[in-house]
Design a protein around this ligand. Structure first.
Ligand code: SAH
Ligand code: SF4
Ligand code: F3S
Length: 446
């Protein structure tokens, strides 16, 4: 049987989709190739969120066409995921050597199309049609992986798509409208994972806390998302529940309150704010104001003083003035995010922001990005210092990625801790004494 290599760009949703694709192909008898050169099938699971992500995958495919085909002239090359969805046939026209272009509702059809291509029943395949029920097909997991860290934590995809249509964002066009899986189906998948040794589950969706808003609806004053968390929370042997990526708007009081009540729901909230200026938030179509965002962080910290708060920020949205940007700086000082992902605005075609006036020059965006980066880095480093001398509960995930002689774990509030210890501790929840820190990582002793 052929071997496959899947390379993933983009977010956790894509990582999860790639895992499900690999698991499906293994179930058909494929093996995983150690690298692209030795693979019979190379699939790039792509991201369109920023131009840089698209360029990386396009360049990669360009070099695969030249190199991999030299080693193996019959190798099959394919694009999956968000860029495949948004560009479709155009990708084939641009790179005629590509065999397969499959959109975001077609991951479960990879095996069947590869069969057709390998048997030469078809020359090329482009399929980016919508498919009803496709959100329920992302359920297979890789049971065995060399990488020990994966055996402790797992992602579970609970929904697809987004209805928010932020004016800068391509996701609603690449992932389609919101569709969710059933609470039972998701809980069964989590149960199975825990049976196989998983200790921490991250529930995934493009706008994860709007889960089931229409299809399932509230019950006893609890949103569908909180009902789902409660259901997963009951699984014996599961230690921790996380979720990503939520929208601030989806944080109702029931979800805030759940943090205080459900011990497996860890003290971590990734709250993408995008900007500190109300004028920008409005143009971005985010659906909240700066004040409502600050109030939400306050409520979360009141329920859990230990809450780790992360965010995403876009610098240089069309029309952003120095004053708007300073509101973003002041918001960062006010909220003191534990972790902030900072992005330079990237014009995505067919999004409303792409045709807004006052697109900012690259140089100005870079300058503001660097200023914000410096501030956010300092805040993060200062907040990490506060942990030195404290005892923290961590879930030990595996060997450290930075130093294979040591182990690595994560605190409930999502900080990475590196320490010395025996491999048999992997998968356990233990206490570490934090002794020192770098700008991004804590170091401790069991
Ligand atoms: N669904 C998530 C975000 C998905 S995209 C949410 O709503 O929070 C991840 C991040 O990429 C966004 O939070 C945003 O900060 C950034 N992003 C999205 N579109 C972008 C663009 N056109 N240019 C730069 N950054 C962008
Ligand atoms: Fe994009 Fe906004 Fe939807 Fe997030 S909520 S995926 S930023 S449109
Ligand atoms: Fe990128 Fe698609 Fe995720 S555009 S960020 S891979 S949803």
């Amino acid at each position: 049987m052929p071997s496959v290599f899947v390379k993933t760009y983009g977010c956790q949703m894509n990582e999860r989709d790639s895992e499900a694709v690999a698991a499906q192909l293994i179930a058909k008898g494929y093996s995983l190739a150690p690298d692209e050169k030795q693979a019979d099938v190379v699939l790039l699971n792509t991201c369109s969120v920023r131009d840089s992500a698209e360029q990386k995958a396009l360049n990669k495919m360009g070099s695969l066409v030249g190199q991999t085909r030299k080693h193996n002239p019959d190798a099959l090359l394919g694009f999956l995921g968000c860029m495949a969805q948004s560009r479709g046939q155009e990708l084939m026209d641009q790179l005629p050597d590509v065999d397969l272009v499959l959109g975001t509702q077609k991951f479960h059809r990879v095996g069947q199309y590869l069969d057709d291509l390998l048997a030469r029943r078809r020359e090329q395949v482009v399929d980016i049609e919508e498919e009803k029920g496709s959100e329920s097909f992302i359920r297979e997991h890789l049971s065995e992986e060399g990488d020990k860290s994966r055996a402790v934590t797992a992602y579970v995809s609970i929904m697809q798509g987004c209805n928010q249509f932020c004016t800068f964002c391509i996701v609603p066009y690449t992932r389609g409208r919101e569709r969710c899986r059933s609470i039972e189906g998701i809980t069964d998948e989590c149960q199975e994972l825990v049976k196989n040794g998983i200790k921490e589950i991250t529930l995934l969706g493009q706008i994860v806390n709007s889960y089931g808003k229409r299809e399932i609806g509230p019950k006893d004053g609890k949103s569908a998302f909180v009902q789902l968390i409660e259901s997963v929370h009951q699984i014996d042997g599961l230690e921790r529940i996380r979720f990503t990526s939520p929208h601030p708007k989806g944080y109702g009081d029931d979800l805030v309150e759940a943090y205080g009540r459900l011990p497996k729901l860890v003290e971590n909230a990734h709250l993408p704010v995008q900007s500190g200026s109300d004028r920008m938030l409005n143009l971005m179509h985010r659906g909240y104001t700066r004040q409502r965002f600050v109030d939400l962080v306050g409520k979360l910290r009141a329920v859990c003083p230990e809450m780790g708060v992360g965010t995403d920020i876009i610098v240089g949205f069309p029309g952003e003035t120095e004053e708007d940007f300073e509101y973003t700086l002041s918001l960062c000082k006010e909220v003191e995010f534990d972790n902030a992902f900072l992005f330079k605005y990237s014009r995505r075609r067919d999004t409303p922001a792409a045709s807004m006036p006052d697109q900012l020059p690259e140089k100005l965006i870079e300058e503001r990005h660097a200023r914000l980066m410096e501030l956010a880095d300092n805040i993060r480093a200062r907040k990490l210092e506060d942990y030195v001398g404290r005892k923290m509960e961590i879930l030990i995930e595996g060997r450290s990625r930075r130093n294979a002689d040591r182990l690595e774990g994560r605190t409930r509030c999502n900080k990475i801790v590196v320490f010395e210890g025996s491999e048999r501790f992997i998968g356990q929840v233990m206490e570490v004494q934090i002794e020192s820190t770098t700008k991004t990582t804590l170091y401790g002793r069991l």
